[in-house]
Design a protein around this ligand. Structure first.
Ligand code: FES
Ligand code: ZN
Length: 313
């Protein structure tokens, strides 16, 4: 098989794009897809909507140690964006320490800025949360991470927080939200969630690229990553749905991207919330300032308090 661009021996074949690439041309392909992703999702007229961010803005990239977020960070820096990595140390033995070392080495090797938030110092080490609260730890952990990303972006004066969610993550989430007809989630889903009072802008620049495509890029760029699953959540999220979608894609190459782009262009608007639904009834948490609708303390500050007191939240 020959590279579609330069006719050298191809190493990566992509059925959905009906193309194969040599390593160098593949990196260009990946870069173009990220660029197109940053230009924004298509509107009903098929043209790009609002860009995710610009070159003048400061972007905080959430790094887990996995290939997607590291690939995102590297590609954005190669394209000249002002990026800073953010690693949240969950303090899970045998997992967080390995991921943290991977992220630190990666940022050092590529001369990239990195900030680390240590949940132990915040009184929110995940093993302690797991021990003290009688609630599924993964949902609490997800909530804490989102909270920390948001605070770090706002407190650090960043314009947006970027995550490494890829097309497979997004399509699985869309499919899951659709199966439940969860209109609130459907109204918010997409590669760009604009800032709101107390909430930083959230962006997903890899939304056009599949897990396979990102994995190839990470491999060709020699990115060392951490792939051990979290010991508290054995199955990756949406495993079943991803399997179903994988079979669909194998039978109909390109369908995943069409489904997602079609939703963004023509489906999403049907679920958009009324103005009064957004931000209504939110007041700043008295401890950390994050918007909350549940009294004086926000959800995460209540978790912190419950953990400190050793009680059940
Ligand atoms: Fe948070 Fe596993 S519980 S990553
Ligand atoms: Zn709070």
């Amino acid at each position: 098989m020959k590279c579609k661009i330069c006719k050298a021996t191809a190493q990566v074949a992509l059925k959905s794009h009906n193309a194969a690439f040599c390593p160098e041309c593949y990196k260009d392909f990946f870069a173009r897809q990220v660029e197109r992703g940053i230009k924004g999702a298509p509107g009903p007229d098929g043209r790009h909507g609002e860009p995710l961010f610009t070159r003048d803005e400061r972007i905080l990239v959430a790094l887990s140690g996995g290939k997607d977020s590291l690939a995102l960070m590297l590609e954005l820096s190669r394209q000249g964006y002002d990026v800073t990595g953010l690693f949240v140390d969950l303090a899970i033995p045998g997992s967080s320490d390995v991921a943290r070392a991977v992220v630190e080495r990666f940022c050092q090797a590529h001369g990239l800025k990195l900030r680390i938030v240590d949940l132990t110092a915040e009184g929110l080490a995940i093993p302690l949360v797991k021990e003290r609260l009688r609630r599924p730890v993964c949902s609490v952990c997800g909530k804490v991470k989102r909270h920390v990303f948001n605070r770090a972006a706002l407190d650090g004066g960043f314009d947006a927080i970027a995550t490494g969610h890829n097309l497979d993550d997004e399509v699985a989430r869309l499919f899951s939200n659709t199966l439940r007809w969860d209109t609130a989630y459907l109204s918010d889903q997409g590669p760009l969630l604009p800032a709101q009072p107390g909430f930083a802008r959230k962006v997903k620049p890899l939304w056009r690229l599949t897990e396979f495509e990102t994995a190839n890029y990470a491999f060709l760029m020699g990115i060392e990553h951490h792939h051990a699953p979290c010991p508290y959540s054995p199955g990756a999220s949406f495993t079943t749905l991803k399997g179903v979608l994988q079979r669909l894609e194998a039978a109909m190459p390109g369908r995943k991207l069409d489904f997602y782009q079609g939703f963004l262009a023509r489906g999403k608007a049907a679920f958009s919330r009324q103005e009064e639904d957004t931000g209504a009834g939110l007041a700043p948490c008295v401890r950390c300032g994050s918007p909350t609708s549940s009294g004086e303390l926000c959800g995460v500050c209540r978790i912190r308090l419950a953990v400190a007191e050793g009680a059940t939240a």
